[in-house]
Design a protein around this ligand. Structure first.
Ligand SMILES: Nc1ncnc2c1ncn2[C@@H]1O[C@H](COP(=O)(O)OP(=O)(O)OP(=O)(O)O)[C@@H](O)[C@H]1O
Ligand SMILES: O=P(O)(O)OC[C@H]1O[C@H](OP(=O)(O)OP(=O)(O)O)[C@H](O)[C@@H]1O
Ligand SMILES: [Mg+2]
Length: 299
C-alpha cells in the first residue's frame, strides 16, 4: 500500500486535494479527517501540516508527499523533488521598512524574524553575515512594528502583505517555490534491478510502480492545466498556415467537413498562448474556434 502525505491546511491544501481527486484518487470529505484509504488504488493518504510532510517522507515512514519547495528545504529532511505541480508559486525574500535602502550585508548584527529559520541561516551563511534569526510561526510582517525584529524573511505571493506593512523586499530571492511532490532522497537507489532493496527485501519494485503511477497521473493533470484543446474550421486553402499556428504536440488532427471547402482542425495549445492564437486564427479566416479545458492526459 502506497502511503502519501497531503497538506491538511493552508495555501496548498485545497489545490493539492483537488489535483489528487482530478487524478482519480479518493480525497477526504471531512476537513478534520487525518487519513483517507483509497482501496481502489491501494493508496492511503495522510493529511498533515505542510511543514511536517518532508519529515515523514524523509524518515521513510511515508512514500511520497505534497509540500512546498521552500518548506522541504527548510525542513532539512533528506527528500528530493519528483514533480513540480504548478500551484502555490511564491518567492522567499528578505524585507525591511521601506524608509531606507537595504542590502543583505546590512543585516549583520540585526534581528531577522522568519518562519523558515534554516533557509535564512543557510542563506546568511552563504553571504558570511552574522545575524540573530528569530523564529515565528506566522504573521511575520507585523514583527518589526511590534519591536521584536529589524527585518524579516518571508514568503511573498502578490506582495500585498509587504506593501500593507510598509516593507520592501531586498536582496536576491532566497528561494523560488511552488508545490512539489517529494520522496525520500536516494529512494530510487534502494531498489536493485531484480526488485530487491539493499536489505534483500521484496516488494520495493511494486512500491516504485505505485509511486510512478501516482506521479504520472498527477503529471497528466499538471499538463492538462497548462493546455487547452482548440477546435476550429479552416478553409482548405489555408491549412498549411493553420498547421504552423497550431502544430499540436505531434501534429494537429484534421477531418474533412461535409462542405469540401472546409476542414475541421483540432490541436492542443498552451493555455497562456490560446487567446492570442484564437485572435490570429479568426483574423486569418478560421471559423467556429472553440477552446475547451482538458482535465487529465498522458502525453
Ligand atoms: N501568499 C502565498 N502565495 C503563494 N504561495 C504561498 C503563499 N503563502 C504561502 N504559500 C506557500 O504555501 C506553503 C506554506 O504553506 P503553509 O500551509 O505552511 O502556510 P500557510 O499557507 O501560510 O498556512 P498557515 O501559515 O496558516 O499554516 C509554502 O510553500 C509557501 O510558499
Ligand atoms: O504576498 P502576499 O500575496 O500578500 O502573500 C504573502 C503572505 O501570505 C502568507 O501568509 P499567510 O496568509 O499564510 O499567513 P501567515 O503569515 O500566518 O502564514 C505569507 O506568509 C505572507 O504573509
Ligand atoms: Mg503562512
Amino acid at each position: 500500500m502506497l502511503r502519501v502525505a497531503v497538506p491538511n491546511k493552508g495555501t496548498l491544501a485545497g489545490a493539492a486535494s483537488e489535483m489528487l481527486a482530478e487524478a482519480g484518487y479518493r480525497q477526504r470529505h471531512e476537513q478534520r479527517d487525518l487519513t483517507v484509504l483509497d482501496s481502489t488504488n491501494d493508496v492511503e493518504f495522510f493529511f498533515l501540516r505542510p511543514k511536517d510532510i518532508s519529515i515523514y517522507v524523509g524518515s521513510g515512514e511515508l512514500d511520497l508527499g505534497i509540500t512546498g519547495r521552500d518548506l522541504a528545504l527548510d525542513s532539512g529532511a533528506p527528500v528530493t523533488e519528483r514533480l513540480s505541480l504548478g500551484f502555490g508559486g511564491s518567492t522567499f525574500r528578505y524585507a525591511a521598512p521601506n524608509d531606507r535602502e537595504w542590502t543583505v550585508e546590512a543585516l549583520a548584527g540585526k534581528r531577522i524574524a522568519t518562519s523558515y529559520p534554516r533557509l535564512v541561516a543557510d542563506d546568511l551563511a552563504r553571504y558570511g553575515v552574522q545575524a540573530e534569526v528569530i523564529r515565528l510561526d506566522g504573521a511575520v510582517e507585523i514583527s518589526i512594528q511590534l519591536g521584536v525584529a529589524d527585518a524579516i524573511a518571508d514568503v511573498v505571493g502578490s506582495g500585498r502583505t509587504l506593501r500593507q506593512h510598509g516593507l520592501i523586499a531586498f536582496g536576491d530571492s532566497i528561494c523560488t517555490s511552488e508545490a512539489v511532490v517529494v520522496e525520500r532522497a536516494g529512494s530510487d537507489d534502494d531498489v536493485t534491478r531484480d526488485g530487491q532493496d539493499g536489505n534483500g527485501q521484496d516488494g520495493d519494485e511494486q512500491d516504485e510502480q505505485a509511486k510512478a503511477q501516482l506521479v504520472a497521473r498527477l503529471q497528466g493533470v499538471v499538463f492538462a492545466q497548462q493546455y487547452v484543446m482548440l477546435d476550429y474550421n479552416c478553409p482548405r486553402e489555408l491549412l498549411d498556415e493553420a498547421m504552423r499556428m497550431t502544430p499540436g504536440l505531434e501534429s494537429p488532427t484534421m477531418a474533412p467537413l461535409a462542405d469540401e471547402r472546409w476542414v475541421a482542425v483540432r490541436a492542443m495549445v498552451s493555455r497562456k498562448a490560446a487567446p492570442a492564437i484564437m485572435d490570429r486564427l479568426a483574423a486569418f479566416g478560421a471559423k467556429a474556434i472553440l477552446s475547451s479545458d482538458i482535465r487529465a492526459c498522458r502525453l
